[in-house]
Ligand binder design. Structure first.
Ligand code: GLU
Length: 284
């Protein structure tokens, strides 16, 4: 079957061997008959930079990849995400959360005497639900007073709405969706009217992606994405979470570590074939 696949980097650093592998993996999964898309996930204004986006285009072309035009740039679609968020809010599935990180930490520390009240999720302790039960009068008072707020998903209600869900992974087979392990996730941040989960899942559906390929560090978030698909009543793609490449010393590649970026490898005289051979060795 000819698939629609995508590579969806955030323009917050230069591509390194790990991200190059991910891009090549996605393009290969589409194959000659499928369609390979590139999406720039630059919702984080503080960390995204135009020069990193330019470098992504340049480095992928250097790798020999060809992607469909136009490229979807998430930073240009905030109004669309805001409309998606507004619909979930109208359905009563979101609530405003005024907590700062410090508030949340304080709340969790306060619950330490009753540790059973603090549940640990894939991203650390899950949100203790401080703002979940604010009255609508209180919500309006604080919004009108100009307090910044994020919008969180009423996870228990969302899961009750959709009922049990599964998703399919090429390496793991059928996986039971357990989005509740994340608690009330943020779907719209204080600074932007979306979050990674919302924008990524929305775009995969909008762009008709049939096979999502990405690193296995993102396996847990797929539970949330599957839930959003069910809430929106959009098709769920198949998933193929691939292994993560590690640096020669076994450490995870990081955007902060610029030593094995494609540009540094290229500047050191490596050809595209050298890089592909190196990736082949690393994944043997
Ligand atoms: N933009 C995400 C990242 O760079 C990848 C999202 C995805 O592939 O789903 O980590």
């Amino acid at each position: 079957m000819a698939d629609v696949t995508r590579f969806a980097p955030s323009p917050t650093g230069f591509l390194h061997l790990g991200t190059a592998y991910s891009a090549l993996f996605a393009a290969a999964a589409a194959g000659p008959k499928g369609r390979f898309l590139l999406r720039i996930e630059g919702i984080d204004a503080g960390r995204s930079r135009p020069e990193f986006e330019e470098a992504i285009y340049e480095d992928l072309a250097w790798l020999g990849l060809v992607w469909e035009q136009p490229v979807r740039r998430q930073a240009a679609h905030f109004a669309e995400y805001a409309a998606v968020v507004a619909r979930l809010k109208d359905d009563g599935l979101l609530y405003p959360c005024f907590c700062t990180r410090a508030d949340i930490q304080r709340e969790i520390a306060g619950a330490a005497s009753a540790p059973h009240l603090t549940t640990i999720g894939p991203d650390g302790p899950i949100y203790p639900g401080t703002c979940r039960h604010l009255s609508s009068a209180e919500q309006h008072r604080r919004i009108d007073a100009g307090e910044a707020y994020a919008l969180r998903l009423r996870m228990a209600d969302a899961v009750a709405t959709t009922g049990p869900l599964v998703w399919h992974d090429a390496a793991r087979g059928e996986v039971k969706a357990t989005p509740e392990i994340f608690g009330d996730v943020v779907l719209a941040r204080k600074d932007v009217p979306t979050s990674y989960h919302l924008a990524c899942t929305w775009d995969d559906a909008l762009q008709g992606v049939t096979l999502v390929t990405r690193g296995e560090d993102l396996v847990p978030v797929t539970h949330i994405h599957r839930l959003l698909q069910a809430l929106w009543n959009v098709p769920t793609p198949r998933y193929h979470h691939h292994r993560l490449l590690t640096a020669p010393d076994g450490a995870k590649f990081s955007k902060r570590d610029q030593s094995l970026t494609l540009r540094s490898l290229r500047e050191a005289g490596n050809s595209r074939d050298d890089v592909i051979a190196l990736l082949g060795e690393m994944t043997r």
